[in-house]
Design a protein around this ligand. Structure first.
Ligand SMILES: *Cc1c(COP(=O)(O)O)cnc(C)c1O
Length: 442
Protein backbone atom coordinates (compact mmCIF):
# COMPACT_ATOMS: atom_id res chain seq x y z
CA UNK A 1 0.00 0.00 0.00
CA UNK A 2 3.00 2.23 0.38
CA UNK A 3 3.48 1.84 -3.35
CA UNK A 4 -0.13 2.71 -3.93
CA UNK A 5 -0.01 5.94 -1.97
CA UNK A 6 3.14 6.92 -3.79
CA UNK A 7 1.26 6.23 -6.96
CA UNK A 8 -1.42 8.64 -5.90
CA UNK A 9 1.34 11.13 -5.31
CA UNK A 10 2.00 11.17 -9.03
CA UNK A 11 4.27 8.19 -9.50
CA UNK A 12 1.56 6.07 -10.97
CA UNK A 13 3.15 5.83 -14.38
CA UNK A 14 6.45 4.66 -12.94
CA UNK A 15 4.65 2.11 -10.88
CA UNK A 16 2.70 0.84 -13.85
CA UNK A 17 5.81 0.72 -15.98
CA UNK A 18 7.48 -1.46 -13.37
CA UNK A 19 4.58 -3.86 -13.71
CA UNK A 20 5.87 -4.58 -17.17
CA UNK A 21 2.67 -3.46 -18.81
CA UNK A 22 0.85 -6.60 -17.79
CA UNK A 23 -2.64 -6.83 -16.43
CA UNK A 24 -3.42 -4.10 -13.98
CA UNK A 25 -5.11 -4.91 -10.75
CA UNK A 26 -8.47 -3.44 -9.94
CA UNK A 27 -6.86 -1.57 -7.08
CA UNK A 28 -4.50 0.22 -9.40
CA UNK A 29 -7.27 1.07 -11.80
CA UNK A 30 -9.21 2.54 -8.93
CA UNK A 31 -6.14 4.48 -7.85
CA UNK A 32 -5.75 5.83 -11.34
CA UNK A 33 -9.35 6.88 -11.44
CA UNK A 34 -8.99 8.61 -8.08
CA UNK A 35 -5.88 10.48 -9.06
CA UNK A 36 -7.44 11.52 -12.36
CA UNK A 37 -4.76 9.75 -14.36
CA UNK A 38 -5.95 8.23 -17.57
CA UNK A 39 -4.93 4.61 -17.85
CA UNK A 40 -3.71 3.70 -21.29
CA UNK A 41 -4.42 0.17 -22.22
CA UNK A 42 -1.35 -2.00 -22.40
CA UNK A 43 -3.40 -4.76 -23.93
CA UNK A 44 -3.21 -5.65 -27.61
CA UNK A 45 -6.07 -4.79 -29.88
CA UNK A 46 -6.68 -7.94 -31.84
CA UNK A 47 -7.91 -11.07 -30.80
CA UNK A 48 -7.60 -14.52 -29.74
CA UNK A 49 -3.94 -15.45 -30.11
CA UNK A 50 -2.49 -13.48 -27.24
CA UNK A 51 -3.34 -15.58 -24.24
CA UNK A 52 -0.06 -16.48 -22.61
CA UNK A 53 -1.82 -18.82 -20.21
CA UNK A 54 -1.83 -21.78 -22.55
CA UNK A 55 1.90 -21.92 -23.29
CA UNK A 56 2.87 -25.53 -22.89
CA UNK A 57 6.57 -25.33 -23.48
CA UNK A 58 8.91 -22.41 -23.01
CA UNK A 59 12.47 -21.48 -22.21
CA UNK A 60 13.04 -19.38 -19.09
CA UNK A 61 14.89 -16.09 -18.75
CA UNK A 62 16.38 -17.32 -15.48
CA UNK A 63 18.16 -20.12 -17.38
CA UNK A 64 19.91 -17.67 -19.68
CA UNK A 65 23.59 -18.44 -20.24
CA UNK A 66 25.78 -15.43 -21.04
CA UNK A 67 28.94 -15.94 -23.06
CA UNK A 68 30.78 -12.65 -23.49
CA UNK A 69 32.55 -11.63 -26.65
CA UNK A 70 36.31 -11.24 -26.43
CA UNK A 71 36.53 -9.29 -29.67
CA UNK A 72 36.42 -5.53 -29.39
CA UNK A 73 34.69 -3.95 -32.38
CA UNK A 74 35.91 -0.63 -33.74
CA UNK A 75 33.90 2.32 -32.39
CA UNK A 76 31.04 3.34 -34.64
CA UNK A 77 30.71 6.68 -36.36
CA UNK A 78 27.29 7.99 -35.37
CA UNK A 79 27.27 10.50 -38.19
CA UNK A 80 26.90 8.00 -41.00
CA UNK A 81 25.04 5.16 -39.39
CA UNK A 82 23.03 3.38 -42.06
CA UNK A 83 19.89 1.60 -40.87
CA UNK A 84 20.41 -2.08 -40.15
CA UNK A 85 24.08 -2.29 -41.15
CA UNK A 86 25.85 -2.22 -37.78
CA UNK A 87 25.26 -4.84 -35.09
CA UNK A 88 26.26 -4.99 -31.46
CA UNK A 89 28.70 -7.53 -30.00
CA UNK A 90 26.11 -10.03 -28.84
CA UNK A 91 22.98 -11.81 -29.95
CA UNK A 92 20.31 -13.92 -28.29
CA UNK A 93 19.83 -17.47 -29.47
CA UNK A 94 17.66 -20.41 -28.47
CA UNK A 95 16.51 -23.50 -30.33
CA UNK A 96 13.59 -25.85 -30.05
CA UNK A 97 13.44 -29.41 -31.29
CA UNK A 98 10.27 -31.43 -31.49
CA UNK A 99 10.32 -34.09 -28.80
CA UNK A 100 13.17 -32.45 -26.90
CA UNK A 101 11.72 -29.02 -26.26
CA UNK A 102 13.65 -25.79 -25.87
CA UNK A 103 17.39 -25.81 -25.29
CA UNK A 104 19.14 -23.35 -22.99
CA UNK A 105 18.62 -19.71 -23.98
CA UNK A 106 21.92 -17.93 -24.58
CA UNK A 107 23.41 -14.51 -25.06
CA UNK A 108 26.51 -15.11 -27.13
CA UNK A 109 28.94 -13.26 -29.39
CA UNK A 110 27.38 -12.17 -32.68
CA UNK A 111 28.26 -14.83 -35.21
CA UNK A 112 27.24 -16.63 -38.36
CA UNK A 113 24.46 -19.20 -38.36
CA UNK A 114 25.03 -22.66 -39.70
CA UNK A 115 22.01 -24.00 -41.51
CA UNK A 116 21.27 -27.21 -43.34
CA UNK A 117 20.64 -26.24 -46.98
CA UNK A 118 17.25 -27.97 -46.77
CA UNK A 119 16.16 -25.73 -43.88
CA UNK A 120 12.49 -24.98 -44.42
CA UNK A 121 13.00 -21.26 -43.97
CA UNK A 122 15.16 -21.16 -47.10
CA UNK A 123 12.49 -22.80 -49.24
CA UNK A 124 9.10 -21.86 -47.88
CA UNK A 125 9.80 -18.61 -46.07
CA UNK A 126 8.90 -20.10 -42.71
CA UNK A 127 10.06 -17.15 -40.65
CA UNK A 128 8.67 -14.20 -38.71
CA UNK A 129 10.12 -11.16 -37.02
CA UNK A 130 9.56 -8.09 -34.87
CA UNK A 131 10.85 -4.54 -34.92
CA UNK A 132 11.24 -2.48 -31.75
CA UNK A 133 13.66 -0.02 -30.19
CA UNK A 134 15.54 0.74 -26.99
CA UNK A 135 16.03 4.42 -26.13
CA UNK A 136 18.51 6.28 -23.95
CA UNK A 137 16.24 8.26 -21.65
CA UNK A 138 16.57 11.86 -20.55
CA UNK A 139 17.34 10.47 -17.08
CA UNK A 140 20.13 8.23 -18.39
CA UNK A 141 18.02 5.08 -18.12
CA UNK A 142 17.36 2.70 -21.01
CA UNK A 143 13.73 2.32 -22.04
CA UNK A 144 11.64 0.10 -24.25
CA UNK A 145 8.28 1.11 -25.70
CA UNK A 146 5.39 -1.30 -25.02
CA UNK A 147 7.70 -4.32 -25.41
CA UNK A 148 5.07 -6.78 -24.21
CA UNK A 149 3.15 -5.97 -27.37
CA UNK A 150 6.04 -6.93 -29.64
CA UNK A 151 6.63 -10.14 -27.73
CA UNK A 152 2.96 -11.08 -27.95
CA UNK A 153 2.89 -10.29 -31.67
CA UNK A 154 6.00 -12.39 -32.35
CA UNK A 155 4.35 -15.27 -30.59
CA UNK A 156 1.21 -14.79 -32.66
CA UNK A 157 3.25 -14.78 -35.88
CA UNK A 158 5.19 -17.88 -34.80
CA UNK A 159 1.97 -19.68 -34.03
CA UNK A 160 0.58 -18.80 -37.46
CA UNK A 161 3.60 -20.63 -38.92
CA UNK A 162 3.40 -23.57 -36.50
CA UNK A 163 6.83 -22.67 -35.13
CA UNK A 164 7.54 -23.64 -31.53
CA UNK A 165 5.56 -21.72 -28.93
CA UNK A 166 7.10 -19.75 -26.06
CA UNK A 167 6.12 -17.50 -23.19
CA UNK A 168 6.46 -13.90 -24.38
CA UNK A 169 7.32 -12.71 -20.87
CA UNK A 170 10.30 -15.06 -20.78
CA UNK A 171 11.51 -13.76 -24.13
CA UNK A 172 11.21 -10.20 -22.83
CA UNK A 173 13.29 -11.21 -19.80
CA UNK A 174 15.99 -12.55 -22.14
CA UNK A 175 15.86 -9.42 -24.32
CA UNK A 176 16.39 -7.18 -21.31
CA UNK A 177 19.49 -9.14 -20.32
CA UNK A 178 20.84 -8.96 -23.87
CA UNK A 179 20.30 -5.20 -23.84
CA UNK A 180 22.15 -4.85 -20.56
CA UNK A 181 25.12 -6.83 -21.92
CA UNK A 182 25.33 -4.50 -24.94
CA UNK A 183 24.22 -1.37 -23.13
CA UNK A 184 27.33 0.57 -24.14
CA UNK A 185 26.10 0.43 -27.73
CA UNK A 186 23.10 2.63 -27.00
CA UNK A 187 23.98 6.14 -28.19
CA UNK A 188 23.19 8.77 -25.57
CA UNK A 189 21.86 11.07 -28.26
CA UNK A 190 18.38 12.34 -29.07
CA UNK A 191 16.91 10.51 -32.01
CA UNK A 192 19.31 7.58 -31.74
CA UNK A 193 18.32 4.17 -30.48
CA UNK A 194 19.08 0.48 -30.67
CA UNK A 195 16.83 -1.18 -33.20
CA UNK A 196 15.84 -4.61 -31.89
CA UNK A 197 15.13 -7.42 -34.31
CA UNK A 198 13.70 -10.57 -32.73
CA UNK A 199 13.08 -13.30 -35.30
CA UNK A 200 12.15 -16.96 -35.48
CA UNK A 201 12.41 -19.48 -38.28
CA UNK A 202 12.09 -23.14 -39.22
CA UNK A 203 15.59 -24.60 -39.15
CA UNK A 204 14.75 -28.25 -39.83
CA UNK A 205 16.71 -29.66 -42.77
CA UNK A 206 13.67 -31.37 -44.24
CA UNK A 207 12.15 -30.51 -47.62
CA UNK A 208 8.59 -31.24 -46.54
CA UNK A 209 6.02 -28.45 -46.46
CA UNK A 210 5.00 -29.45 -42.98
CA UNK A 211 5.11 -28.40 -39.35
CA UNK A 212 8.76 -27.66 -38.60
CA UNK A 213 10.60 -30.05 -36.32
CA UNK A 214 13.09 -27.39 -35.37
CA UNK A 215 12.67 -23.70 -34.53
CA UNK A 216 15.45 -21.15 -34.05
CA UNK A 217 14.59 -17.97 -32.14
CA UNK A 218 17.10 -15.16 -32.07
CA UNK A 219 17.48 -11.43 -31.40
CA UNK A 220 19.82 -8.98 -33.10
CA UNK A 221 20.59 -5.46 -31.88
CA UNK A 222 21.51 -2.67 -34.25
CA UNK A 223 22.29 0.93 -33.26
CA UNK A 224 20.39 3.35 -35.51
CA UNK A 225 20.25 7.08 -36.05
CA UNK A 226 17.22 9.37 -36.38
CA UNK A 227 14.80 8.38 -39.10
CA UNK A 228 14.40 12.04 -40.02
CA UNK A 229 17.72 13.81 -39.39
CA UNK A 230 16.22 17.09 -40.61
CA UNK A 231 12.68 16.87 -39.25
CA UNK A 232 9.48 15.33 -40.55
CA UNK A 233 9.64 15.28 -44.34
CA UNK A 234 6.49 14.28 -46.21
CA UNK A 235 6.83 11.50 -48.77
CA UNK A 236 4.67 10.54 -51.74
CA UNK A 237 2.91 7.21 -51.86
CA UNK A 238 1.86 5.31 -54.94
CA UNK A 239 -1.68 3.97 -54.48
CA UNK A 240 -1.32 0.45 -55.84
CA UNK A 241 -4.66 -0.88 -57.09
CA UNK A 242 -3.18 -3.90 -58.81
CA UNK A 243 -0.93 -5.75 -56.39
CA UNK A 244 -2.31 -7.07 -53.11
CA UNK A 245 -0.25 -7.14 -49.93
CA UNK A 246 -2.66 -9.48 -48.18
CA UNK A 247 -6.12 -10.97 -48.58
CA UNK A 248 -8.95 -12.17 -46.32
CA UNK A 249 -8.00 -15.40 -44.61
CA UNK A 250 -4.29 -14.87 -45.35
CA UNK A 251 -1.58 -13.88 -42.91
CA UNK A 252 -1.48 -10.11 -43.48
CA UNK A 253 -2.03 -9.54 -39.77
CA UNK A 254 1.18 -11.39 -38.86
CA UNK A 255 4.77 -10.24 -39.32
CA UNK A 256 5.73 -13.31 -41.34
CA UNK A 257 8.46 -13.14 -43.99
CA UNK A 258 6.15 -14.17 -46.81
CA UNK A 259 4.26 -10.87 -46.52
CA UNK A 260 7.34 -8.81 -47.33
CA UNK A 261 9.33 -10.51 -50.10
CA UNK A 262 6.58 -9.95 -52.73
CA UNK A 263 6.32 -6.22 -51.89
CA UNK A 264 9.78 -5.38 -53.24
CA UNK A 265 8.69 -5.71 -56.86
CA UNK A 266 5.70 -3.31 -56.61
CA UNK A 267 7.89 -0.92 -54.63
CA UNK A 268 10.65 -0.89 -57.25
CA UNK A 269 8.07 -0.55 -60.03
CA UNK A 270 6.37 2.39 -58.31
CA UNK A 271 9.71 4.09 -57.73
CA UNK A 272 10.62 3.70 -61.42
CA UNK A 273 7.26 4.81 -62.82
CA UNK A 274 6.06 7.38 -60.31
CA UNK A 275 9.12 8.30 -58.29
CA UNK A 276 7.40 7.32 -55.04
CA UNK A 277 9.52 5.67 -52.35
CA UNK A 278 6.68 3.54 -50.99
CA UNK A 279 3.46 1.85 -52.00
CA UNK A 280 0.08 2.21 -50.32
CA UNK A 281 -1.86 -1.00 -50.83
CA UNK A 282 -5.58 -1.12 -51.41
CA UNK A 283 -8.20 -3.84 -51.44
CA UNK A 284 -11.49 -4.30 -53.24
CA UNK A 285 -13.71 -7.14 -54.28
CA UNK A 286 -13.46 -7.93 -57.98
CA UNK A 287 -17.04 -6.76 -58.66
CA UNK A 288 -16.44 -3.37 -57.04
CA UNK A 289 -15.65 -0.16 -58.91
CA UNK A 290 -12.03 1.01 -58.61
CA UNK A 291 -13.06 3.98 -56.47
CA UNK A 292 -14.62 1.59 -53.97
CA UNK A 293 -11.12 0.31 -53.26
CA UNK A 294 -10.23 0.57 -49.57
CA UNK A 295 -6.88 1.83 -48.39
CA UNK A 296 -5.02 -0.83 -46.44
CA UNK A 297 -1.47 0.07 -45.44
CA UNK A 298 2.06 0.41 -46.74
CA UNK A 299 4.60 -2.39 -46.88
CA UNK A 300 5.66 -1.66 -43.31
CA UNK A 301 3.51 1.24 -42.09
CA UNK A 302 -0.13 1.68 -41.17
CA UNK A 303 -1.91 4.70 -42.58
CA UNK A 304 -4.06 7.48 -41.10
CA UNK A 305 -6.34 10.09 -42.69
CA UNK A 306 -7.15 13.28 -40.81
CA UNK A 307 -10.13 15.01 -42.39
CA UNK A 308 -12.48 17.88 -41.86
CA UNK A 309 -16.04 16.60 -41.79
CA UNK A 310 -18.77 18.28 -43.81
CA UNK A 311 -20.54 19.30 -40.60
CA UNK A 312 -17.42 21.04 -39.34
CA UNK A 313 -15.94 18.52 -36.92
CA UNK A 314 -12.77 16.57 -37.63
CA UNK A 315 -12.11 12.87 -37.93
CA UNK A 316 -8.98 10.77 -37.68
CA UNK A 317 -9.69 7.59 -39.62
CA UNK A 318 -7.56 4.50 -40.13
CA UNK A 319 -8.45 1.21 -41.81
CA UNK A 320 -9.92 -1.25 -39.34
CA UNK A 321 -8.07 -4.45 -38.42
CA UNK A 322 -9.84 -6.69 -40.87
CA UNK A 323 -7.20 -9.42 -40.92
CA UNK A 324 -5.35 -8.06 -43.94
CA UNK A 325 -3.66 -5.31 -41.94
CA UNK A 326 -0.75 -5.59 -39.55
CA UNK A 327 -1.89 -4.45 -36.10
CA UNK A 328 0.83 -1.84 -35.57
CA UNK A 329 1.77 -0.94 -32.02
CA UNK A 330 2.37 2.64 -33.15
CA UNK A 331 -1.07 2.55 -34.78
CA UNK A 332 -2.67 1.42 -31.54
CA UNK A 333 -0.74 4.03 -29.54
CA UNK A 334 -1.85 6.81 -31.90
CA UNK A 335 -5.47 5.71 -31.62
CA UNK A 336 -5.27 5.68 -27.84
CA UNK A 337 -3.58 9.10 -27.67
CA UNK A 338 -6.02 10.70 -30.12
CA UNK A 339 -8.99 9.27 -28.22
CA UNK A 340 -7.57 10.53 -24.93
CA UNK A 341 -6.96 14.00 -26.32
CA UNK A 342 -10.44 14.34 -27.77
CA UNK A 343 -11.02 17.13 -30.24
CA UNK A 344 -11.77 14.84 -33.15
CA UNK A 345 -13.61 11.63 -33.88
CA UNK A 346 -11.30 8.64 -33.99
CA UNK A 347 -12.51 5.88 -36.25
CA UNK A 348 -11.28 2.44 -37.32
CA UNK A 349 -13.28 1.66 -40.42
CA UNK A 350 -13.00 1.24 -44.18
CA UNK A 351 -11.52 4.34 -45.85
CA UNK A 352 -12.25 4.28 -49.58
CA UNK A 353 -10.50 6.01 -52.44
CA UNK A 354 -13.83 7.72 -53.20
CA UNK A 355 -14.03 9.20 -49.71
CA UNK A 356 -10.49 10.55 -49.78
CA UNK A 357 -10.92 11.94 -53.30
CA UNK A 358 -14.03 13.79 -52.20
CA UNK A 359 -12.34 15.15 -49.08
CA UNK A 360 -9.43 16.27 -51.25
CA UNK A 361 -11.69 17.94 -53.81
CA UNK A 362 -13.58 19.81 -51.09
CA UNK A 363 -10.41 20.92 -49.30
CA UNK A 364 -11.16 18.72 -46.29
CA UNK A 365 -8.20 16.32 -46.52
CA UNK A 366 -6.03 17.79 -43.77
CA UNK A 367 -3.29 15.23 -43.16
CA UNK A 368 -2.27 11.77 -44.27
CA UNK A 369 0.45 9.94 -42.39
CA UNK A 370 1.97 6.52 -41.95
CA UNK A 371 2.90 4.96 -38.61
CA UNK A 372 5.49 2.43 -37.56
CA UNK A 373 8.33 1.83 -35.12
CA UNK A 374 11.05 3.03 -37.49
CA UNK A 375 9.58 6.44 -38.35
CA UNK A 376 6.91 6.69 -35.62
CA UNK A 377 4.89 9.11 -37.77
CA UNK A 378 5.57 9.62 -41.47
CA UNK A 379 3.72 12.55 -43.07
CA UNK A 380 2.47 11.93 -46.59
CA UNK A 381 2.51 14.84 -49.03
CA UNK A 382 0.79 13.16 -51.97
CA UNK A 383 -1.15 10.03 -52.90
CA UNK A 384 -0.51 9.16 -56.54
CA UNK A 385 -2.89 6.95 -58.54
CA UNK A 386 -2.04 5.15 -61.75
CA UNK A 387 -4.85 7.06 -63.55
CA UNK A 388 -2.95 10.28 -62.96
CA UNK A 389 -4.98 11.50 -59.99
CA UNK A 390 -3.01 12.98 -57.09
CA UNK A 391 -4.52 13.68 -53.66
CA UNK A 392 -2.58 16.22 -51.64
CA UNK A 393 -3.42 16.79 -47.99
CA UNK A 394 -3.58 20.43 -46.88
CA UNK A 395 -0.98 20.11 -44.17
CA UNK A 396 1.43 17.91 -46.05
CA UNK A 397 4.12 20.53 -45.87
CA UNK A 398 3.19 22.14 -42.59
CA UNK A 399 4.04 18.85 -40.88
CA UNK A 400 7.53 19.19 -42.24
CA UNK A 401 7.90 22.61 -40.68
CA UNK A 402 6.59 21.76 -37.23
CA UNK A 403 8.17 18.33 -36.80
CA UNK A 404 10.31 17.91 -33.73
CA UNK A 405 13.29 16.58 -35.71
CA UNK A 406 16.21 16.59 -33.33
CA UNK A 407 15.27 19.08 -30.65
CA UNK A 408 12.52 16.89 -29.35
CA UNK A 409 10.75 18.26 -26.35
CA UNK A 410 7.11 19.10 -26.19
CA UNK A 411 7.70 22.82 -26.40
CA UNK A 412 6.75 24.60 -29.59
CA UNK A 413 3.46 25.28 -31.28
CA UNK A 414 0.62 22.91 -31.64
CA UNK A 415 1.32 22.38 -35.35
CA UNK A 416 -0.16 19.45 -37.17
CA UNK A 417 -1.70 16.42 -35.56
CA UNK A 418 1.07 14.22 -36.93
CA UNK A 419 3.73 16.46 -35.40
CA UNK A 420 1.95 16.46 -32.05
CA UNK A 421 1.68 12.67 -32.09
CA UNK A 422 5.34 12.36 -33.04
CA UNK A 423 6.43 14.70 -30.22
CA UNK A 424 4.33 12.92 -27.62
CA UNK A 425 5.52 9.45 -28.59
CA UNK A 426 9.15 10.65 -28.57
CA UNK A 427 8.61 12.19 -25.13
CA UNK A 428 7.35 8.86 -23.82
CA UNK A 429 10.12 6.87 -25.52
CA UNK A 430 12.91 9.13 -24.29
CA UNK A 431 11.46 9.28 -20.78
CA UNK A 432 10.65 12.99 -20.78
CA UNK A 433 7.07 12.03 -20.03
CA UNK A 434 6.37 9.36 -17.43
CA UNK A 435 3.96 6.91 -18.99
CA UNK A 436 3.06 3.22 -18.59
CA UNK A 437 4.20 2.59 -22.16
CA UNK A 438 7.82 3.47 -21.34
CA UNK A 439 9.43 0.41 -19.73
CA UNK A 440 12.77 0.95 -18.01
CA UNK A 441 15.43 -1.73 -18.49
CA UNK A 442 17.79 -2.06 -15.54
C1 LIG B 1 5.73 -3.64 -38.55
C2 LIG B 1 4.67 -3.19 -39.48
C3 LIG B 1 3.88 -2.06 -39.22
C4 LIG B 1 4.13 -1.14 -38.06
O1 LIG B 1 3.99 -1.77 -36.83
P1 LIG B 1 4.56 -1.09 -35.52
O2 LIG B 1 4.24 -2.07 -34.46
O3 LIG B 1 3.86 0.19 -35.36
O4 LIG B 1 6.03 -0.91 -35.73
C5 LIG B 1 2.86 -1.76 -40.10
N1 LIG B 1 2.63 -2.51 -41.19
C6 LIG B 1 3.36 -3.60 -41.48
C7 LIG B 1 3.04 -4.38 -42.69
C8 LIG B 1 4.41 -3.96 -40.64
O5 LIG B 1 5.15 -5.02 -40.94
Amino acid sequence: MLALSRALGGQLATLLASQGGGALSGGLRAAAALSGTRLFSAQPSPADLDRAADVLETFRARDLVIERSTVQQAPINLEDLKFGTVFTDHMFHVEHEAGRGWGAPAVKPLGMLQLHPASQVLHYGMCCFEGMKAYHGADGRMRLFRPDQNMARLRRSARRLQLADFDPEELLGCLKQLLLVDRSWLPAREGFSIYIRPFAFASSGVLGVAKPGRTTLSILLSPVGPYFPTGLKPISLFVDEHHRRAWPGGAGDCKVGGNYAPTIHPQVQAAERYGTPQVLYTFRESHQHADQGEFEECGAMNVFFYMQKRDGGRVLATPRLSGTILPGITRDSILQLARAWGGCDVEERPVTIAEVRQAHEEGRLLEVFGSGTACIVQPVGALVRSNGEVFRPQLGTEAALTGSGGSGSSSGGEGSLSARLQRTLLDIQYGRMEHPWGVVVE
